[in-house]
Design a binder for this molecule. Structure first.
Ligand code: COA
Length: 388
C-alpha cells in the first residue's frame, strides 16, 4: 500500500526584514548573510502570531481535503510550543473546526519533531488504511537581537495531510536514523530564545547526515544516482548546501550539476522566510515541488531531517502521477510578495514585544494583526485566540 503526503499547506507571517539592511545595522558585510549564510529575507512574527495561529492558517489551506469521518490523528511537531503541558494542536483543532474524534497531541525533539510526526502519521495510516492523519510542523526560530543566530531566525508552519493513495508523494519505508545525546542546541523552559553552540551544531548536523546517509546506502543498496533531488533541513540555506557538497563527489560531473540545480529550487522559500525549525525540511520540499518544473512523476527525492540534541533521519519519497495539480505555488509566491517590509528599528520593537514569561495579563498589538487567526491576549494565564 502506498502511503504519503496528499496535501501541503504553508503559512508564514505577513512581515519581514531585508537581511542586507540587518547586516548594515549590525556592522556586518551583507554578503556574509546572503552568500555566507545564504539568507535574503526573514519572516518576523508579531506577538499575535504563534505556532497555534500559524499552524491553524496552514491547516486552513488544505482543509477542503480533510474528511472529518476519516481523520484519526492530529499531530503538532514544534519546539516553540505555547504550553508546557497542553498540546497546541488542541487550539488548532478548535480554531479550524477539526473533528473531536481524532487523537490530538504535540511532539517535541527540536527540528526533528515534524519528521517524527510524519513518520507516526505514516505508521498510523499503515495500521488504519482508510484513515487520514494531519501533521503540522510550526515554529518561531528565535535567537535574540545581536546574536550570531539572529540572521538564522524565521517563523511559519507547514501542514501535511497523510493518507493512503496520496496525490503528492509516497513516503518510502526506508528510513536510516542516527540518534545521540549531544549539547548543540537547547532552550530552557523559562525563555523563548534558543541557546546554541553554533559552530558545533553545524558540525554535528554534517556528522549526523554522513552517518544516516551511509546507513541508508548500506541498507537499501541505493546511491546518489537513484535520486532526482536531495532536500535538507534548512536552519539556513548554506547548511543544506554544506551537507549536499559532502556527498556530491559520489556522483559524476553532470549529476553534480543537476543535484545543485534542484537544490537551488528547494531553498527559494527558505531564503525569504528563514528557519522554521520543525517545518524547515518541509518548506524546502514544498519549494522544490512548486519551483522546479523539471520534476516528474516517479522521481525519487531524498529528505534529511535533523533535530538538535540530536536525531538525524534520511528517507526517500516518490512523486506520484499528477502531483503538480495539487500544488499552490502561485498563491504561496503571492503571499510572500504581499508581505510588509519592516525597518530594522521596527523589527526590534516587534521582537521585544513578546508574550512575557510572567503571570500578568498581556495584550497583543492590533496594529500587527494579520492572517486568518490571531492571539489577542493572555488573561488569567490563559491564551485567547480569535479567527479574523
Ligand atoms: N562574504 C561571503 N561569505 C562570508 C563573508 C563575506 N563577507 N563573511 C563570512 N562569510 C561566510 C563564512 O566564511 C562562513 O562560511 P562557511 O560556513 O562556509 O565557512 C559563513 O559566512 C558564516 O560565517 P561565520 O563567521 O562562521 O558565522 P558566525 O560565526 O556568525 O556563525 C552560525 C554562523 C550559523 C554558526 C550562526 O548563525 C548560528 O549560531 N546559528 C544558529 C545555530 C544553527 O543554525 N545551527 C545549524 C545546525 S541546527
Amino acid at each position: 500500500m502506498d502511503i504519503g503526503i496528499d496535501q501541503m499547506g504553508l503559512y508564514s507571517p505577513d512581515f519581514y526584514i531585508d537581511l542586507r539592511q540587518l547586516a548594515e545595522v549590525r556592522g556586518d558585510d551583507p554578503d556574509k548573510y546572503t552568500i555566507g549564510i545564504g539568507q535574503d529575507e526573514q519572516a518576523v512574527p508579531p506577538s499575535s502570531q504563534d505556532v497555534v495561529t500559524m499552524g491553524a492558517a496552514a491547516v486552513q489551506q488544505i482543509q477542503a481535503s480533510i474528511d472529518a469521518e476519516r481523520l484519526g490523528l492530529i499531530v503538532l511537531g514544534t519546539e516553540s510550543g505555547v504550553d508546557a503541558s497542553k498540546a497546541g494542536a488542541l487550539f488548532i483543532q478548535k480554531l479550524t473546526g477539526l473533528p473531536q474524534t481524532a487523537r490530538v497531541l504535540e511532539i517535541k525533539e527540536a527540528c526533528y519533531g515534524g519528521t517524527a510526526g510524519l513518520m507516526m502519521a505514516r505508521d498510523y495510516v499503515a495500521a488504519h488504511p482508510t484513515k487520514q492523519a494531519l501533521v503540522i510542523a510550526a515554529d518561531i526560530a528565535r535567537y535574540g537581537l545581536n546574536t550570531a543566530g539572529e540572521v538564522t531566525q524565521g517563523a511559519g508552519a507547514v501542514a501535511m495531510l497523510v493518507s493512503a493513495a496520496p496525490r503528492l508523494l509516497v513516503i518510502n519505508d526506508d528510513s536510516a536514523v542516527h540518534a545521540e545525546d549531544i549539547g548543540d542546541f537547547w532552550r530552557p523552559v523559562y525563555t523563548n530564545q534558543a541557546l546554541a553552540r553554533g559552530k558545533y551544531s553545524t558540525e554535528q548536523y554534517l556528522r549526523f547526515f554522513q552517518l544516516a546517509w551511509a546507513a541508508y546506502k548500506k541498507a537499501t543498496g541505493l546511491g546518489l544516482a537513484d535520486f532526482k533531488a536531495l532536500t535538507f533541513h534548512l536552519p539556513y540555506t548554506k547548511m543544506g548546501l554544506k551537507a549536499l557538497r559532502q556527498v556530491l563527489p559520489e556522483a559524476d560531473a553532470a549529476k553534480q550539476q543537476d543535484l545543485l540545480m534542484h537544490f537551488d529550487h528547494s531553498i527559494q522559500y527558505s531564503r525569504r522566510i528563514g528557519n522554521l525549525y520543525t517545518g524547515s525540511l518541509y518548506l524546502g520540499l514544498l519549494s522544490l515541488l512548486e519551483n522546479d518544473s523539471s520534476l516528474a512523476a516517479g522521481d525519487r527525492l531524498g529528505l534529511f531531517s535533523y533535530g538538535s540534541g540530536a536525531v538525524g533521519e534520511f528517507f526517500s519519497a516518490v512523486l506520484v502521477e499528477g502531483f503538480e495539480k495539487q500544488l499552490h505555488g502561485a498563491a504561496h509566491a503571492g503571499a510572500l510578495n504581499a508581505r510588509r517590509a519592516l525597518s530594522i528599528a521596527e523589527y526590534e520593537r516587534v521582537f521585544q514585544d513578546a508574550v512575557p514569561y510572567a503571570k500578568a495579563d498581556y495584550q497583543t498589538n492590533p496594529d500587527y494583526y494579520a492572517g486568518p487567526f490571531v492571539l489577542t491576549a493572555v488573561t488569567g494565564q490563559e491564551r485567547q485566540y480569535q479567527a479574523r
